[in-house]
Design a protein around this ligand. Structure first.
Ligand SMILES: Nc1ccn([C@@H]2O[C@H](COP(=O)(O)O)[C@@H](O)[C@H]2O)c(=O)n1
Ligand SMILES: O=P(O)(O)OC[C@H](O)CO
Length: 319
């Protein structure tokens, strides 16, 4: 690449920083199984995927690691849940650098928020799991809590549980609220294993994006649940993905949204030029295969180098 003075600008190939990614490890010390739709799941092997990821990250030395949620699986025997989360957090802590965790539905099947969040070192008020951080002044990471309004994770009589159950009853007539039977197209997201971003969190998001705009920061939004129908199955979407997208689209500082939950993965660019990348799950890697990656961050793009089942993706900013 040339420059005005004729010298080659080697700096442009140097990332500003980089971070490791993995999602849906869903570890459990139980035999292999299958998803509801018959996709094989390797509950013990997923720990080996994480261990190989840590080894590779420590060689490559990204600045931090992001775990997109579902650290252990809902089938983990409940008397083992606490120790299993601790064991997995310790595996992540073998990384040379900070680890940022997100919560997912499977985390919440195992432990209530007040137990889970301290273990995952998510410091937030009133047991909420949304937060933001700025690894360098030019970039801001915004982590959304997709189970803010949810029928899982809050106490049974909590206003958020009641609100979520009322919502599900209105939207999904099936007696099994995890069943999308009879729901059409985008309605198929109204399932108990999903959730919504609540009103306070939406306001907080708006304020963070306004602040990022003032500071001239580029924003990467992260959430266990996908936000764009073109990057995900209908059944995996955040209940109010449309409300969240409406806020994101007000701000040109938002460049990329990253997620987990939809195990096959996906990638899209939305109507406002925002990239949406849903990462492939560690849980569904047949023995000896992997799904994790390292993202190099530049001024004009994110570049994901994926291993095995995690597809490499160039996310060049469109706006
Ligand atoms: N198409 C589907 C998908 C799922 N369910 C229900 O959700 C539960 C969890 O699904 P997993 O794929 O994570 O095993 C499952 O046990 C079903 O109750 C469904 O009904 N239809
Ligand atoms: O979180 P799981 O394991 O129930 O899987 C969620 C599905 O992948 C959503 O389609």
């Amino acid at each position: 690449m040339g420059s005005a003075n004729g010298l080659v600008n080697v700096q442009s190939n140097q990332p500003l920083f980089s971070f490791g990614v993995i999602t849906d490890v869903q570890y459990a010390d139980i035999p292999d199984g299958r998803s509801f739709l018959g996709v094989p799941r390797y509950y013990r092997h997923s720990l080996l995927v994480l261990q190989r990821a840590v080894k590779k990250w420590n060689h490559r030395r990204p600045n931090f690691i992001m775990n997109f949620g579902d650290i252990i699986d809902g089938f983990c025997p409940k008397e083992q849940s606490l120790d299993a989360v601790k064991k997995l957090v310790m595996e992540f802590d073998n990384c040379n650098g900070p680890v940022y965790h997100m919560i997912g539905n499977h985390c919440l099947y195992n432990l209530p928020r007040e137990k889970l969040l301290p273990l995952l070192r998510i410091h937030s008020h009133n047991d909420h799991a949304y937060y933001d951080f700025s690894p360098i002044p030019e970039y801001r990471f915004v982590i959304l809590d997709g189970y803010d309004v949810s029928a899982i994770g809050w106490p049974k009589d909590h206003p958020k549980t009641l609100k979520a159950l009322k919502f599900l009853n209105e939207k999904n007539p099936n007696s099994d609220k995890n069943s999308p039977n009879g729901l059409v197209d985008l309605e198929r997201r109204f399932l108990m294993f999903n959730g919504a971003v609540g009103k306070d969190q939406l306001e907080w998001l708006d304020n963070v994006l306004s602040d990022a705009t003032r500071l001239n920061q580029k924003v990467v939004v992260c959430c266990h649940l996908p936000l764009d129908p073109n990057a995900s199955s209908r059944e995996a979407l955040l209940w109010n993905y449309d409300e969240v997208m409406e806020v994101l689209h007000r701000y040109s500082c938002v460049k990329v949204c990253l997620a987990g939950h939809d195990h096959k993965g996906g990638h899209s660019v939305d109507s406002h030029g925002i990239h949406h990348r849903v990462f492939e799950a560690a849980l569904e890697c047949p023995p000896g295969t992997d799904a994790f990656g390292c993202v190099d961050v530049f001024d004009d793009r994110l570049s994901l180098s994926g291993t095995d089942r995690m597809k490499s993706t160039e996310m060049i900013f469109c706006r």
